[in-house]
Design a protein around this ligand. Structure first.
Ligand SMILES: NC(=O)c1ncn([C@@H]2O[C@H](COP(=O)(O)O)[C@@H](O)[C@H]2O)c1NC=O
Length: 511
């Protein structure tokens, strides 16, 4: 049986050498327009596909390999008598090696000025058809979609004259992963263009970013996947410039810290432990912001993750280096700051673009047997929605503190209570099964500092007990969504203690 290989590639990296070796192994190499030209120009003996199909490439390349002379050669079972008879009847010869990669659809839609016409023209049809046909028929056909696999295929062909079934099956599986991902980019692009947020099938695709040493615990295996066209303001898009590899928990915590620091325009520092903020500080400088974040809870910050929204300068770096931290995330570090921080071998330093040009359209969490998909909680502080519920309005300083608490409480696991002043958090009660319990934790941590401070609650008070506890702790203003049937009891309690309480009308549960 004559040996034939078909090569049709958009990404031409390494293809000349691959084809040359195939020819040396006795293969007749068939190829399409541009690939054919390149191979010919490089002195590799090639047969243009139209000589096999007896049909020219038409419609500007939309139809070139979509022909029974090609697909018969890819799909025939070489040892099936019926197939062989039909092949002979129609003059079709088998193709044993297929090397195809696809039109650059993702690269095309990543261009800012891309038009729908450009995108559509870059949907490859003939390529996936050949890949899928060859992968289906991998019992007989070796199919290569990734130029990184050329060497493996060549070395097997050179050693044994054929590839092993195990290799062919691996390559076939890779092909189906590749075409599935390719189709998911296309379907997502068109789905987005038609504004269909929750289609009947969710076809997202993620690329392996890194294998992780383990998952949440050492006995759990794990890996980190990245959305190719995902948010650029994300842990997945961050650059690690120093330190050990990120762990599973580092990624979760770093993500949480980033989401909080994103809330602030003025210099801000956020310390996170176990996905909850233990200290959030703001200031006129990043050093001052860090001082506040530290002061908020000097105990919990130990072993924490810090995100800062300004360049880390030498003074801040000095302070950061004095405590044990897992990760520091910032837009940049000055050279002197880096010189200080990189002395610590284990600390992970990450830089990230704060441009926020691309944001994820939805968040996904998995539950056993399914996925939950929702819009991210992007609700901020909308003055128009806010109603003062009590006799007394907050003072200007209280408003500032309420805004800070409200920005932070959204990122604290429910039931969530944040005690704050205008510059920093003073106490955080996270993930409690009752609201007053979360409040008590926050008051205990704030201690004396709760006197004159404000309180933010992620959801309404079902009873007036939290207001009463707040009053006793010294809280003077409260922000909460409102909406409980017992709101009036909370309002009465607040009035009784001269607390100013405002309702946002919007809830910030975070589970
Ligand atoms: N229409 C067809 O029959 C067809 N056959 C192969 N292609 C693609 O054409 C590209 C290679 O084209 P060229 O060799 O002309 O540079 C490959 O990415 C291949 O996937 C085709 N193009 C797309 O639909």
């Amino acid at each position: 049986m004559a040996k034939r290989a078909l090569i049709s590639v958009s990404n031409k990296e390494g293809v000349v050498e691959f084809a040359r070796e195939l020819v040396a192994l006795g293969y007749e190499v068939l190829s399409t327009g541009g690939t054919n030209q390149l191979l010919q120009d490089s002195g590799v003996a090639v047969t243009p596909v139209d000589q096999v199909t007896n049909f020219p490439e038409i419609l500007g390349g939309r139809v070139k390999t979509l022909n029974p002379m090609i697909h018969g050669g890819l799909l025939a079972k070489h040892d099936d008598a019926d197939h062989v008879a039909q092949m002979n009847e129609h003059g079709i010869e088998p193709i044993q090696v297929v090397c195809v990669n696809l039109y650059p659809f993702v690269e095309t839609i990543s261009k800012p000025e891309v038009t729908m016409e450009d995108a559509i023209e870059n949907i490859d049809i003939g390529g996936p058809a050949m890949l899928r046909a060859s992968a289906k028929n991998h019992q007989y056909v070796t199919v290569v979609v990734d130029h990184n696999d050329y060497a493996t295929v060549l070395s097997e062909l050179q050693a044994e004259g054929t590839t092993t079934l195990a290799t062919r099956r691996k390559l076939a599986a890779k092909v189906f992963r590749h075409t599935a991902a390719y189709d998911s980019y296309i379907s997502n692009y068109l789905t987005e263009a038609t504004g269909d947020m929750y289609p009947e099938n969710l076809t997202v695709t993620y690329e392996l970013k890194q294998h992780l040493r383990y998952g949440e615990n050492p006995h759990q295996k794990a890996a980190f996947y990245q959305k190719r066209l995902g948010s650029d303001f994300s842990l997945a898009a961050a650059h690690q410039i120093h330190g050990k590899e990120l762990s599973y928990n580092n990624i979760q915590d770093g993500n949480a810290a980033l989401q909080i620091v994103k809330e602030f325009e003025m210099p801000a520092a956020v310390a996170v432990k176990h996905m909850n903020p233990c200290g959030v500080g703001t200031g006129m400088t990043i050093e001052e912001a860090f001082d506040k974040a530290y002061e908020a809870d000097p105990t919990s910050i130990f072993g924490g993750i810090i995100a800062l929204n300004q360049e880390v300068d030498v003074a801040t770096a000095q302070k950061l280096s004095e405590i044990f931290l897992e990760i520091i995330i910032a837009p940049s570090f000055t050279e002197e700051a880096l010189a200080i921080l990189t002395k610590k071998k284990n600390i992970r330093l990450l830089t990230i673009s704060f441009a926020q040009e691309k944001q994820d359209a939805f968040n996904v969490v998995s539950v056993e047997g399914g996925l939950l998909v929702q819009e991210p909680d992007r609700y901020g502080f909308a003055e128009a929605d806010i109603k003062v519920a009590t006799d007394r309005e907050p003072t200007e300083a209280e408003w500032e503190a309420l805004k800070l608490g409200w920005a932070v409480v959204k990122h604290v696991k429910s039931n969530a209570i944040v005690v704050s002043d205008a510059r920093m958090t003073l106490g955080v009660g996270a993930g409690q099964m009752n609201r007053v319990g979360a409040a008590k934790i926050a008051f205990e941590q704030a201690g004396e500092k709760a006197q004159g401070a404000t309180l933010a609650s992620d959801a309404f008070f079902p009873m007036s007990d939290t207001v009463e506890a707040a009053a006793k702790a010294g809280i003077t203003a409260i922000i909460q969504p409102g909406g409980s049937i017992k709101d009036q009891e909370s309002i009465d309690m607040a009035n009784q203690y001269n607390i100013a309480m405002v309702f946002t009308g919007v809830r910030h549960f975070k589970h």
